[in-house]
Design a protein around this ligand. Sequence first.
Ligand code: ATP
Ligand code: MG
Length: 428
Amino acid sequence: MNYQKPKGTVDILPGESEKWQFIENKAREVFNLYHFKELRTPIFEHFEVIVRSVGESTDIVSKEMYDFYDKGNRHVTLRPEGTAALVRSYVENKLYGPEHPQPFKAYYIGPMFRYERPQAGRLRQFHQIGVEAIGTKSPATDVETIAMALDFFQQLGITHTKLVINSLGNVESRSRYREALIAYLTKVEDQLSPDSLRRLHQNPLRVLDSKAPEDQTIVEKAPSILAYLDEESKTFFDEVKKLLNNLSIPYEIDHRMVRGLDYYNHTVFEIMSDAPGFNHVLTTICAGGRYDGLIGEFGGPDERDTGFGFALGIERLLIAIEAEGEELTTSQSIDVYVSCFSHEESSVALRIAQIARHAGLIAEQEIQYRKLKAQLRTANRLGAKFVVFIGEEEIQSNKITVKIMKTGEEKRVPCEELQNFFEEMKEV
Ligand code: ATP
Ligand code: MG
């Protein structure tokens, strides 16, 4: 029988996995500078946790959930996104308490699951990096978090970025806008695409997101949410803009950008890439916003019922890095190849390889006792900087021969000095 991985999944193989590690390490490094800590939640959650926060009428919940009943007849789902789980954890573990730093700032890195039609850059198991800052209503938090995302991209060599922001206003502004939008769309409902028609009463803001060609002129003429912001919402959005200017971060405002999830309000943003490899077509690489009210949905305290976060997909991030013409340098080479020709030599070789590893060098030893030429070919292919020889003579004199591959020079090193020797060689 031939086994194959499930549709919409990938094996991340050596050679590729180094790039993932590089990205994940960079994320940890940059987020740490902004005092975000890692929070790891389970990969599955109670179905309700996701429905409650993401929203019944979203594509994620209505079409894309990997949900099932377990052997105890509990309705659970593989997580389709990270915010719901993190907020659930924040409330459940009372991370709003005085013994935790406030605001509470956390990030996650890991797999997400959505039952979608697999295609380029779209998988059933994909991976996200995301952050959340909970319990702060300050616009400084929005701007700090956006700046952190931009720093992260900068560090990865993604420089063709464009920041787009919008405000959905507070709950009252958003619902006044919702009414106005429904009124407008109802007038032209016979021209809407079937998807948009369905969304019209369930989730009308999502019509603005529509990619259907027949919806485009309708969407263009739709009322702007910015005209419906009340004083509080306007002041908040003005402050966000001011603080972005304060950090000299350029941005554009797109009053039609609404984001797909139900829980957003006030600031929403996307970072887009127009890297040469995308033929200057704008591609979203990071998205997020403010979700005041979500913590309350989970039973969290009113005075901490505010949050701001973003998420990005690692698969699409890799595509964006490629589109920049950047090659993530992932060194595959080793430092030391320990050659040997017999079972007896092999145990000495093993000890020498250990000494090299404990000195911080990547070491590999010959295990097939092949001819010298074959061993050297392997050492070269692995990019070894040094090859160690253990011959009979070496064992007798308790000195081994180290060949420096770059210069061809050979050195005889007493075994007891080997650790020091390797440590010095690390700098070479
Ligand atoms: P799209 O409009 O492309 O479906 P989305 O609005 O569903 O995106 P979000 O829920 O905001 O996306 O998720 C954030 C990021 O996660 C996306 O920008 C993308 O990089 C990534 N992502 C989402 N779904 C998938 C998927 N099925 N496969 C790979 N990456 C994905
Ligand atoms: Mg989607």
